[in-house]
Structure formats: structure tokens, C-alpha cells
Design a protein around this ligand. Structure first.
Ligand code: E4P
Length: 215
């Protein structure tokens, strides 16, 4: 299981990197907007910090515009992954960029058929959004399970990024289902390391240590 961080906040990225568990980064226009900074400086800063795949999203809605943006983004670094929306125009752009050797992440996937088409278009990654699907009373992790099974049935190479993760159970289920990547907000990465019994255990050990006679 690869762990990506889902943020554009450089401090969070640096902290996750220091823990030593970070394999890559995903961003989107909302996450860039949250930084309050311009796209170029944020993207360059992230690329300087992280060696693994960094997803940067296009804004255009037409294939021509997406390709134009994607070619500029791809020049920012070898580890750039161009994030494309799951639309017919996005699929066309995905096909063309794959032929050019540019890595792609087809985003905003909410159905197994969308994931299948993205794989056929050569997507390097596909991103089903589990949290947002749960929000409308659908089964986010059920969607991931179906995509993993379909890719297995036909041998598609696209990697499944479980996105819009909201809690540790999304991550654990993604691991059990054999998804390739989880992209996780920093707050949930922190939760993954915690267990109340670990804290109680440490406290008890330290208390008992006080009883050990000191020389
Ligand atoms: C994935 O690439 C997206 O950036 C992200 O996971 C969206 O998550 P959200 O639903 O919490 O905004």
C-alpha cells in the first residue's frame, strides 16, 4: 500500500516526509486555494520536497486546453502526474498524454464503468472518491472493491488511488481490498499512528519504571 498525502500545505507534506512514510502527494484546485498562494510556487515547492508522484490538476474542460496545461505541468518535474477530470474530454486527453509518456490521474471517479474507461484510456492512476460517495448515502469502499475486482478480471495496469479518505477505516478497508494507493489528509495520517491502549501502555511503563530502584 502506497501512502500519498492529500494536501497542498507544504508544512504538512514536510512533516509526513519526516515520519518516513510518504510515497507521494495529490493536490486539487480546492487544496491549492486553501494555501492562499499562487499555483506555481506551491507546485514547485512540493516537487522540491517530494521525490514520489505529485498529482497536479488541470482546470480546462476541453481536451485541447487540458493538453496545453498538461504539457506545461509535465515540464515541472519527472514525478509530475497530471490530474484530469473523468469526462469524455478528460479521457481523450488521457489517451493522448499516455501516448506522449506523461503520467495521468483520472479524478472524480464515482462508478466502476468510469474506472474501466479511464483504464482503457491508459490512466496511470484512477481516483475513486470514497468520502464524497458515502456523503450521498452510497458505498464508497464498495465502489473501490468493484474497481479492484474489474481491474483484476481484465489485467488493467492503472493503479487505484483511494481518494477522499475521511477516517482510518477507509484506509484499513483499502488495504484489505488490495487497492494500490491511499491518498490521505494529514489529520487522518496522524490518526493512523494512534491507539489509546498504546498511550495507556506507555504511561503504565513509565509509572512502573519509577518503582525500579536507581543506583
Ligand atoms: C483526491 O485526489 C482529492 O484531492 C481528494 O481526495 C478529495 O477529497 P475531499 O472529498 O476530502 O475533498
Amino acid at each position: 500500500m502506497k501512502i500519498f498525502i492529500d494536501t497542498a500545505d507544504i508544512k504538512e507534506i514536510q512533516e509526513a516526509n519526516r515520519i518516513g512514510i510518504l510515497d507521494g502527494v495529490t493536490t486539487n484546485p480546492s487544496l491549492i486555494a486553501k494555501t492562499g498562494r499562487d499555483f506555481d510556487s506551491v507546485a514547485k515547492e512540493i516537487l522540491a520536497e517530494v521525490k514520489g508522484p505529485v498529482s497536479l490538476e488541470v482546470i480546462s474542460l476541453d481536451t485541447g486546453g487540458m493538453l496545453k496545461e498538461a504539457r506545461v505541468l509535465a515540464k515541472l518535474g519527472e514525478n509530475v502526474v497530471v490530474k484530469l477530470p473523468m469526462t469524455v474530454d478528460g479521457l481523450k486527453a488521457c489517451k493522448a498524454l499516455t501516448a506522449e509518456g506523461v503520467k495521468t490521474n483520472v479524478t472524480l471517479i464515482f462508478s466502476p464503468s468510469q474506472a474501466l474507461l479511464a483504464a482503457k484510456a491508459g490512466a496511470t492512476y484512477v481516483s475513486p472518491f470514497v468520502g464524497r460517495f458515502d456523503d450521498i448515502s452510497e458505498d464508497g469502499m464498495g465502489l473501490v472493491e468493484q474497481i479492484v475486482q474489474i481491474y483484476g478480471n481484465y489485467g488493467y495496469q492503472s493503479e487505484v488511488i483511494v481518494a477522499s479518505i475521511r477516517n482510518p477505516m477507509h484506509f484499513v478497508k483499502a488495504c484489505l481490498m488490495g487497492a494500490d494507493v491511499s491518498t490521505i489528509p494529514f489529520s487522518v495520517i496522524q490518526q493512523l499512528s494512534k491507539h489509546p491502549l498504546t498511550d495507556v501502555g506507555i504511561e503504565r511503563f513509565l509509572k512502573d519504571w519509577e518503582k525500579v530502584p536507581k543506583k
